[in-house]
Design a protein. Structure first.
Length: 116
């Protein structure tokens, strides 16, 4: 069982930055692939980035060069550094922990709003 709590969302002007954090409970954090998803108003949930147990990173094309994902296994935390934010980045951002069997745990989400 993993519990995830996101933080760091807020209102920012276009071009600004935010750093999202996701704190995980449990002693096996290092065994999970960690990911960030987002859901914009009226749209489905969208994969944004993931970092594997070994540190391999995947980002969707529209955030490459602007977002970075990292993890700190000692702190059981994963981060999403978001720079150069655009109004299209406005969404609720969710943290997910994905087990080796594909099972997913989800946080409650944190709102990111980017004003133009």
């Amino acid at each position: 069982q993993v519990q995830l709590v996101e933080s760091g969302g807020g209102l920012v002007q276009a071009g600004g930055s935010l750093r999202l954090s996701c704190a995980a409970s449990g002693r096996t954090f290092s065994m999970y692939t960690m990911a960030w998803f987002r859901q914009a108003p009226g749209k489905g949930r969208e994969f944004v980035a993931q970092i594997t147990r070994s540190g391999g990173v995947t980002l969707i094309e529209v955030v490459k060069g602007r977002f970075a994902i990292s993890r700190d296994n000692a702190k059981s935390a994963v981060y999403l550094q978001m720079n150069g934010l655009k109004p299209d980045d406005t969404a609720v951002y969710y943290c997910a922990a994905i087990s080796t069997t594909g099972f997913q745990y989800w946080g409650q989400g944190t709102q990111v709003t980017v004003s133009s």
